[in-house]
Design a binder for this molecule. Structure first.
Ligand code: ZN
Length: 335
């Protein structure tokens, strides 16, 4: 069994008609309920402490988020909205992963999925941005290293947007290697280059329209060799699903079986390197057509259960085959 972390406050982080809203979680959990919560123990995410969040964020940032929520919320920037309950939700969105890391590194469970809002991978040490308040993956990685006995943590971030935090927070921290597969030049626009400075990051910017075959090549040529040579104690996955073919923000062509394949590859690497220990994070994914199935496919993969989706259930017109432009992008990142 694996752990499925959720918390009621995730549904109270009210962003109105923003694409990142609570209906995402409701759609995911309706599909999981219908499937009988396959291989999952449901766990309520505890709140992170200020000390745990403070490992990667400034005290001023934490206080500013708390004050903004207490004042009723509003727009933090053009993309990022808060409501009165958003601070509470953000504490639990960071605290679930901390608990997950502790349980996995203590050998209690093999995998955890954090179905919590707000997402985290754009938040920088002193700045909320891109729908994100606290950087949940960074908090988890720092906790694993500083308090839970891990020496090396690998972050595999396949959300379609580049997780700029890696360049802002961990880029020279040799204990945390981040591999990011993302759509080139999508938000936040000016990060995620192949040659971005930093010892501890590996960026794979992929062209618009990259599909299952292009991503498979990226796993073979970049992700798998890098994870094997880093040999982590724990694998964190930024398991965003906004590379799905019907996503309104991403422009990639990934299918539900594609997400399952990535999960299978990640699980096989975790088995090889770190006793199968994986903590996955919801992050992005905004198509309510693809999100429930893609998420279920990822969870079935983590739980090592047969897939409910041998074919893409959405059935939108998805181009097939590996294009030269995808091959060239992967080869540039592999160098
Ligand atoms: Zn995203």
């Amino acid at each position: 069994m694996g752990l499925y972390f959720s918390h009621p406050s995730s549904l109270e982080h009210d962003t109105g008609g923003h694409p990142e809203n609570a209906s995402r979680l409701r759609a995911i959990e309706a599909a999981l309920g219908e499937a009988g919560w396959p291989g999952l123990d449901r766990v309520e995410a505890p709140a992170a402490t200020r000390e745990q969040i403070g490992r990667v964020h400034t005290a001023e940032h934490i206080e500013a988020i708390e004050r903004f929520a207490a004042a009723g919320g509003g727009m933090l920037d053009l993309d990022t909205i808060m409501s009165e309950r958003s601070f509470e939700a953000a504490l639990h969105a960071a605290g679930g992963p901390v608990d997950a890391v502790e349980r996995l590194l203590a050998g209690e469970d093999r995998f955890a999925f954090c179905a919590l809002r707000p997402p985290g991978h754009h938040a920088e040490a002193g700045r909320a941005m891109g729908f994100c308040l606290f950087n949940n993956m960074a908090v988890a990685a720092a906790h694993a290293i500083e308090a839970a006995g891990a020496e090396r943590v690998l972050v595999l971030d396949w959300d379609v947007h580049h997780g700029n935090w890696t360049e802002a927070i961990f880029r020279d921290d040799a204990s945390v290697l981040t591999i990011s597969l993302h759509q080139d030049r999508l938000y936040p626009y000016d990060t995620g280059d192949v040659d971005a400075p930093g010892e501890a990051l590996l960026n794979v910017p992929l062209p618009v329209g990259t599909g299952d075959e292009g991503y498979a090549l990226a796993f073979e040529r970049v992700v798998e060799p890098a994870i094997r040579s880093f040999s982590p104690d724990l694998l964190l996955i930024g398991a965003g699903q906004d590379a799905a073919a019907s996503d309104p923000l991403g422009r990639m062509s990934v299918t539900v079986p594609g997400f399952r394949e990535w999960t299978d590859r990640a699980v096989a690497l975790a088995d090889e390197c770190c006793g199968g220990r994986v903590v996955a994070f919801l992050e992005g994914g905004y198509s309510l057509r693809h999100l429930p199935a893609a998420n279920l496919a990822i969870l079935e993969g983590l739980a090592r259960l047969p897939s409910s989706f041998p074919e893409d259930p959405v059935g939108c017109d998805i181009p097939r085959g590996l294009r030269e432009v995808e091959r060239a992008a992967v080869e540039a990142a592999a160098r």
